[in-house]
Structures are given as C-alpha cells and as structure tokens.
Design a protein around this ligand. Sequence first.
Ligand code: NAP
Length: 247
Amino acid sequence: MKIAVITGASSGMGKAFTKQIAKKYIELDEIWVIARKKETLEELKKDISKLRILPMDLTDRQAFNEFHELLKRENPSIQILVESAGTGIQKKVEDTAVDKLCQMTELNCTALTAFIGLCLPYCKKGSRILCLASGAAFVPQPGFAVYAASKAYVLSFARALGVEQRGRVVVTAVCPGPVDTPFLEKMGGKENMPFYKKPFIANAEAVVEKALKDSERGREISVYGFSMKALRVLCKIIPRKVIMYFM
Ligand SMILES: NC(=O)c1ccc[n+]([C@@H]2O[C@H](COP(=O)([O-])OP(=O)(O)OC[C@H]3O[C@@H](n4cnc5c(N)ncnc54)[C@H](OP(=O)(O)O)[C@@H]3O)[C@@H](O)[C@H]2O)c1
C-alpha cells in the first residue's frame, strides 16, 4: 500500500499539503492525516476519500507507540512524509510558562524526530520527506527564542538526514517567512506583527506548491519568495549581532 503521511493536516500548510498531494499524486492508495482536531480532519475527508484520519496529540508520547503499532500492522510504503505540525509562542522566555516552552520543543523537535525515526524504515528508495522548518531557523530571534531555536534544530536535522539518506530518500527543509495561516493569528495576528515581517507574508498554497516542486527536484531546502531568499543570504553575510540588534 502506497501512502503519504502528513502531520498538522487539520490547518494551514498541513491542510494545503493534504489537498495538493491528493491532487498531484493519484497513485497513492491512502493519505494518513494526523492532528488533534478529529472533526476538522473529517471535514477534509468529505473531499478526499482516501484520507485515513489519525487524531493524535503529538506531545503525548503514547501517540508514538500507537503510530508504531499501526505501521507494523499495515506495513505501508511511505512515499511522502510531511512534518507540518508545529507551534510557536512569541514572548520573552522569562514571560512564558515553562510547560509552554517545553510544548514547543516537544512538538517541533521531539515529535518530528520520533515520527521520522518511525517512518524511515517504511520509506523506500525514491521516497520524500518534507520538514517544516522556518525562516526563523536562519538567525536567533529574541522574543521568539525557543521557536527559532526549535526550527534551527529542524533545519540542521533535515540537512544531516538528507546526507545520510542520499540516493534513497530526499529530505527537504521548508523555510518560509510568515505565512497567512491560523498560526499567525496565534502569534497575535498580522496587525500586531513587527513591521519588518509584514512584507514577507506569503500564501500557504503557494509555499506548499513550491515546497513540493523543490522536493521533486531533490532540493535540501525550500525557501519561498525573493524577500526570504534575500534574507537568507543577508543572514549569511551580515554579522549575527547586527541582525539581532535591528530585530
Ligand atoms: N504560518 C507561518 O507563518 C509559519 C512560518 C514558518 C514556518 N511555519 C511552520 O509551518 C508548520 C505549519 O504551520 P501552519 O502555519 O500551517 O500552522 P497552523 O495553521 O497553526 O497548523 C498547525 C498544525 O499543527 C497541528 N498541531 C498543533 N499542536 C499539535 C499537537 N500537539 N499534536 C498534533 N498536532 C498538532 C494543528 O492541528 P490541531 O490543532 O488539530 O492539533 C495544525 O494542524 C509549523 O511547523 C510552523 O511552525 C509556519
């Protein structure tokens, strides 16, 4: 059975990945979609009948065991794995409850790592993994410190995994700037966003379309839009302290 697995499929880019993958890769037998909101996933299934709904809280480690058992039982061939589940809190570390800080690393780093570890034995030669990192991975971000650090982890992990898997599985780190999804609302909305981030806001469907193309081309990183590409170059050439001063 050929499948795609998509975490964070109930919203934003995960939802866009689900729709585009269903349309683009018709050879897939099933698309396994993971998130906490079962009803939203069921809504999606009305349009995409091949979805298998897997409601899970990925910060609960019992979910890893359940998913592992499912993989052993079904023994699928995972053609595409999209790791889109993620969360962020835009506050100083000292102003954020410790359990909230840990939830970010649990979901963005631990769950992503565990799911890749679980899925990898089921990825055959030619399979593809897309990890949602972020432009926040390019430079430390005071006021968004844990989130940016968690995404730097995703970028570093994806790059190294891509080299380990060369010739077998393509691994692409997707690094968008701000994308117009419910995630932005959770960050306080577009209105309250720092002025320097506003020109970078991208459309989720477009970011996802580019990410899928970049993954097909075997690229290790997918950066959407001229402004984000320019930012990435600037982050390489301008001293980190200078960038952080202006942030
Ligand atoms: N939007 C942006 O500006 C932006 C920019 C760069 C990178 N990113 C990254 O891109 C990814 C997708 O973001 P998005 O904008 O699409 O965000 P979103 O609309 O908020 O979607 C986040 C997804 O993660 C799922 N999720 C959250 N907590 C979960 C948990 N404990 N267990 C299982 N699933 C959970 C949510 O589903 P449930 O609530 O149903 O569980 C939802 O499907 C994230 O990794 C984010 O960090 C976003």
